[in-house]
Design a protein around this ligand. Structure first.
Ligand SMILES: [Zn+2]
Length: 309
């Protein structure tokens, strides 16, 4: 049985694991992302995690890393990551890591890894969009079994579509007023609701529990979230016509608080197009226990010889 190291590198946490070629996780590590010391500190942390996993008893053939972006996957460069809070704009991520870890490293956006994880383990069809809801809002688009990218292979940053151009209440680190990630990522949703209500909330989990327990003020924001998410998903649908949209990430657990309403609004908004051609996709939460990005990074590692060909 072949083994690789898979890593899901987020703005808050790092998940890493040894993964088998059947997509089974045999050893897993979770840590808070070391961001305050800049790239040197994070690099040291990644190298240390990988070396520990490489010494854990299984022969490792490659490392796959799905990371928060923006990034250029093929050249292995991290470009001013929105949620890392660093001044450095361009980091030779793969080159720097390769100096310390002498095995192949495959690098890509974390939402790309998420959609590849869903596809690899046969949970999703060949036309799937994965939306990761955590510190940021990530979008991975698989159409006809190919990852869609922007010019020159740059990963598209679909989380930064503008929903409300004049609205400065929600804040996204990208700096654009009204950006989708400013409202819809778990972390930014908490900040937005805190600002609008003058109340302090610890995290998205606390907000979800308050809404479930009937907090009217908080529930109103989940209703607004549902509307914004519907507006966002309608754009995704008419751009790509996926058969399926899959949510993952920590805030996906709160989907029962917005998804039914989101789907209702989508059905109304897309009714005319839907009548002509069934465009409304199946929408669901990942069944991979929030590990689709991690497992997808494992898939990338197994494909290391051909991944960027
Ligand atoms: Zn943004």
């Amino acid at each position: 049985m072949k083994h690789v190291i898979a890593m899901d590198l987020g703005g808050t946490k790092i998940f890493a694991a040894v993964v088998t070629e059947k997509g089974k996780i045999v050893k897993q590590v979770k840590a808070a992302t070391h961001l305050s010391g800049g790239w040197p500190a994070l690099k040291k942390q990644i190298v240390s995690i990988c070396k520990d996993l490489m010494n854990s008893g299984n022969k490792i053939t490659a490392i796959g890393i799905g990371s928060a972006g923006p990034l250029h996957a093929k050249s292995g460069v991290l470009l001013d990551p929105t949620n890392f809070g660093w001044k450095k704009k361009k980091i030779n991520f793969v080159k720097d890591l390769s100096k310390n870890l002498k095995i192949p490293i495959v690098f890509d956006n974390d939402a790309v890894a998420a959609v590849l994880g869903e596809r690899w383990l046969k949970h999703s069809p060949a036309n799937t969009v994965c939306i990761t809801l955590g510190t940021g809002l990530g979008v991975g688009v698989l159409i006809d079994d190919k990852i869609l990218r922007g010019r020159g292979g740059l990963h598209s940053e679909g989380g930064h579509l503008i929903l409300r151009p004049q609205d400065h209440d929600a804040h996204c680190e990208c700096g654009a007023p009204g950006c989708a990630e400013g409202f819809l990522s778990g972390v930014n949703f908490v900040k937005w609701v805190s600002k609008k209500t003058n109340r302090k909330f610890k995290d998205a989990k606390e907000l979800s529990e308050l809404a479930k327990n009937g907090d009217i003020e908080v529930s109103r924001f989940f209703a607004e979230y549902a509307e914004l998410m519907a507006q966002y998903l309608c754009s995704i649908v008419v751009l790509y016509y996926p058969s399926e949209i899959v949510f993952s990430g920590s805030f996906a657990q709160a989907s029962d608080l917005f998804l039914p309403q989101t789907q209702k609004i989508m059905a109304e908004s897309l009714a005319r197009q839907q009548a002509a051609h069934k465009i409304i996709p199946k929408i669901r939460v990942s069944r991979l226990d929030n590990n689709n990005g991690l497992l997808g990074a494992g898939y990338m590692a197994f494909q290391y010889k051909t991944y960027h060909k």
